[in-house]
Design a protein around this ligand. Structure first.
Ligand SMILES: [Ca+2]
Ligand SMILES: [Ca+2]
Ligand SMILES: [Ca+2]
Length: 514
């Protein structure tokens, strides 16, 4: 049994690689473009032969002196796709550089060539004052005659010119030269099947913030991650499953948060599905879109199957938030949001472990988002969703009615799509589940539908991560208040067969003004 688990853990390679072949390395793109002092990104795919377990080192050769590279080392057991970040030094001379990426380990090395073109950093005097579109001619505002506005340039728009106001109150009758945003629709081919992202108005949210401008770290306490899924960025984390007999990887705690395949088929690759909704690679022409296009994900694996120990889950959450856990190295990259798609009966009373642990995490400024539960019961009876300050998320179907399984009642802060696999209300011929990342029966990476408040919560976690990318100063209480205030009020009948208050996540309004 143990041997089988180990073999299944390596199944991707036993099938695909075979024999004694060497490590295959693919690097994209072949030509890179960056400014001095800026960054460039490469995608590296490593396909090791069967049985390969090595720390693999990465280094750059050639190029301008002082080039930075992240990461410089990865533990390689399975095929792995990762993003390499190159930091171009400020002093790099503009030129085209032939470069080599050297990948080496104990017994061998592989080299891949690529070109880097460095251009001079853009400079120019910063503009001062805000600019305005101002009517000229007979309809001009009085402030134009009073000389408070300085002409910048005429505009192609008849009767208007662009003026700058150096200081003082904004005169009446002039139009701010606003910043406008592209209405981003990602090019991921399965995006049209992600009805749930349209329900929560992601396109309006992405018009304001895609998450690429400031990297927010999002953690999940869950079943582990199917590392190497081509539509998932590299995920850090730790394996907190302490009982080797329940872990599926035949040992206790270790630094690898991967979900062993055998366990993954039992959980439906729960953790991978959850992370996929939050931060699958978006706009990459492949598969689905994730809510946050630039987030960094951490998986704290605490579930060796569909069940896990409470102590492991508690410590996994504390570790993600940057709190010390005995026997585990400190988390070098504490997260700003934690998704908790699990629970058990409990009202989180004063003095209870979840009450104390969630309070500690919230006091560090980390937002906690929890699934309300799938028992069709009042949410106040299931923790951690019932803990004060935790954002409790119920599930709706494609009609924005409460999914029959979803917990409910006043303790639910808001609802988000969790789907209903038995229905096809949007009549697209597919069950109305949440479409996210999965692993197929043969071990290949794929996309799967799932339902549950587990898959509603990550919609909120993803939207919160975009809100924090926009305004990193917001406290967990302020985030929760804003989520509730901007959510769409639904008629109480939507709680069917009950009548209860329902608010549906509106990511567009969450990211919008106010
Ligand atoms: Ca382990
Ligand atoms: Ca994608
Ligand atoms: Ca459908």
């Amino acid at each position: 049994m143990i041997a089988r688990a180990i073999l299944l853990g390596l199944a991707g390679c036993l099938v695909a690689c075979g024999g004694e072949g060497g490590l295959e390395v693919r690097l994209e793109p072949a030509r890179l473009f960056a400014s001095a002092g800026g960054q460039a990104q490469l995608r590296l795919q490593l396909s090791p032969p069967a049985g390969f377990t090595q720390s693999v080192h990465l280094a750059l050769e050639g190029g301008p002196p002082g080039m930075g590279l992240e990461p410089r080392e990865v533990l390689l057991r399975h095929p792995l796709s990762l993003e390499l970040r190159l930091q171009v030094p400020d002093q790099a001379a503009p030129a085209e550089y032939p470069m080599t990426l050297r990948v080496w380990w104990g017994r061998g090395a592989v080299r891949q060539a690529f070109w880097l073109k460095v251009v001079a950093a853009c400079t120019g005097p910063p503009r001062t004052g805000a600019s305005y579109l101002v009517r000229v001619g007979p309809a001009a505002p009085a402030s134009l005659a009073q000389g408070r506005l300085r002409l910048e340039r005429p505009l192609a728009l008849p009767g208007f010119a662009l003026y700058r106001l150096e200081e003082g109150p904004v005169p009446a009758g002039i139009w701010p030269n606003r910043r406008m945003r592209l209405f981003r629709v990602p090019n991921d081919p399965l995006y049209p099947q992600q009805w749930h992202l349209q329900t929560i108005r992601m396109e309006a949210a992405w018009a304001v913030q895609t998450g690429l401008e400031r990297t927010i770290r999002v953690g999940a306490v869950d079943s582990g991650v199917a590392s190497g899924h081509p539509d998932l960025p590299p995920i850090g984390g730790y394996d907190f499953v302490s009982d080797p007999s329940a872990a599926g990887d035949c040992d206790g705690r270790d630094p690898d948060p991967s979900e062993p395949s055998e366990r993954g088929f039992a959980t439906g690759f729960h953790g991978t599905h959850v992370l996929g909704t939050i931060l699958a690679r978006s706009n990459n022409g492949l598969g689905i879109a994730g809510i946050n296009w630039g987030a960094q994900g951490l998986m704290a694996r605490a579930f060796g199957g569909i069940e896990g120990e409470e102590a492991d889950a508690l410590e996994a959450m504390l570790w993600l938030a940057g709190l010390p856990v005995p026997g585990v190295p400190p988390n070098p990259q504490p997260v700003q949001v934690i998704n908790l798609s699990f629970g058990s009966p409990g009202s989180c009373p004063e003095g209870s472990p979840w009450r104390l642990a969630t309070r500690q995490v919230l006091e560090r400024g980390v937002v906690l988002v929890a699934a309300a539960g799938n028992q069709a019961q009042p949410a106040e009876n299931y923790e951690p969703a019932s803990c004060p300050g935790v954002i409790a998320v119920g599930a709706t179907d494609a009609r924005a009615y409460r999914s029959g399984y979803s917990n409910h009642g006043p303790r639910v802060d808001l609802y988000a799509p969790g789907g209903s696999l038995a229905r096809d209300d949007n009549q697209d011929g597919s069950p109305d589940g949440i479409l996210s990342l999965g692993v197929g029966p043969g071990g290949g990476f794929t996309y799967t539908y799932a339902q549950g408040t587990s898959f509603a919560a990550p919609h909120v976690s993803g939207a919160v991560s975009l809100l924090l990318a926009q305004n990193p100063q917001l406290s967990p209480a302020a985030v929760r208040e804003r989520l509730r205030r901007t959510a769409r009020e639904l008629p109480q009948e939507h709680c069917q067969p009950l009548r209860c208050p329902m608010r549906l996540l509106d990511a567009g309004a969450l990211l919008g003004p106010g």
